[in-house]
Design a protein around this ligand. Structure first.
Ligand code: S3P
Length: 177
């Protein structure tokens, strides 16, 4: 493997943190979750940041922690589902290394997150409809990633195996150029 980072993007419930941890272990990379960096920086949970300071304040923190990752190497980075909405974030994240979109349908995402109270954007009467609406708006950005993995019917281990193969291919191709 090269020392380029692997950046996981996708909707809430896509499995970025779970896949990220396991992938990092397999690659011998450190794992970073931008949501956890934000919580650490703010000294409070994501639901509290949203309710006390608002989504805009959350996005400012998100941009700051992502900017600080610029030029790091050998990391697997799990981003929050909305990180790519910001142009500065897109620039930093795509320069860091391989971007990976973990894809799933709104229904599957809903099944994965429905018992989780840690996602303020889904604290609405129709969370599945909200996931669909957010995904429709974000999909064009997600689909531009270097690697797209359909996670609909496969588990974390299989996603990680697929990614290891895909990343190895890309490393060999880069070495041959
Ligand atoms: C968000 C996703 C969350 C978190 C915040 C906003 C979004 O992260 O960053 O609640 O805009 O989709 P996960 O994708 O890890 O759930």
């Amino acid at each position: 493997m090269s020392s380029r980072c692997v950046v996981l993007v996708g909707m809430m419930g896509a499995g970025k943190s779970q896949v990220g941890r396991l992938l990092a272990e397999n690659l011998g990379y450190d794992f970073v979750d931008t949501d956890l960096l934000i919580v650490k920086r703010a000294g409070k949970s994501i639901p509290r940041i949203f309710s006390e300071d608002g989504e805009d304040a959350f996005r400012v923190l998100e941009r700051a922690v992502i900017a600080e990752l610029a030029r790091r190497q050998s990391l697997v980075i799990a981003t929050g589902g909305g990180a790519l909405l910001d142009e500065a974030n897109r620039r930093v994240l795509s320069a860091l290394g391989h971007t990976v979109y973990l894809k799933a349908s709104p229904r599957e995402l809903y099944l994965r997150v429905k018992n989780d109270r840690n996602r303020p954007l889904l604290n609405v009467p129709d969370p599945q409809g909200e996931l669909r609406r957010l995904l429709d708006a974000r999909a064009p950005l997600y689909e531009k990633c270097d690697i797209v993995v359909d996670t609909e019917d496969i588990g974390t281990d299989e996603v990680v195996d697929l990614l290891i193969d895909e990343l190895a291919k890309r490393t060999i191709e880069t070495q041959m150029e």
